[in-house]
Design a protein around this ligand. Structure first.
Ligand code: ZN
Length: 137
């Protein structure tokens, strides 16, 4: 069988079934991803956060989350109450975490909440903030 007759057979098949060959859509490879704009405040926080985070990881080399996927070695910092406002820099709300556990928390929200690694809401936190507006530092 030659290439040509194979082609004709396919064409015939398409005519009979009415199924058109699927053309692959060209994807816009050069699509530009928008540049994330951080607020001035967050930029300042990031400057403060980097050394805090580094020191925290150094002082806590072992992951504290211990999810079923845990790799034991601290690779990052998990923020129990999220990275909102001053919690972002609050060491008491940080937990040393391996990347696997960080991902596990993201993908297993229920598990994280049940084990106290994720707060279900921020409302209770707001009242706490007012009580302890003067930080220990
Ligand atoms: Zn872990």
């Amino acid at each position: 069988m030659t290439e040509g007759s194979k082609y004709m057979q396919d064409r015939l098949q398409q005519k009979i079934t009415g199924i058109k060959p699927v053309k692959q859509k060209k994807k816009n490879i050069l699509r530009r991803t928008p540049v994330k704009k951080f607020s001035e405040k967050r930029l300042e926080q990031n400057k403060v956060y980097q050394p805090i985070s580094q020191e925290f990881r150094k002082n806590h080399p072992r992951c504290a989350i211990k999810s079923p996927d845990c790799t034991k070695h601290t690779q990052g910092v998990h923020h129990v109450e999220g990275r909102v406002g001053d919690d972002f820099l609050d060491k008491t709300k940080m937990l040393p975490s391996c990347n696997a556990c960080n991902l596990y928390i993201e993908t297993h929200s229920k598990w994280a909440k049940e084990n106290g690694f994720k707060k279900p809401n921020y409302k209770s936190k707001l009242s706490k903030l007012n009580e302890s507006s003067t930080s220990a530092n």
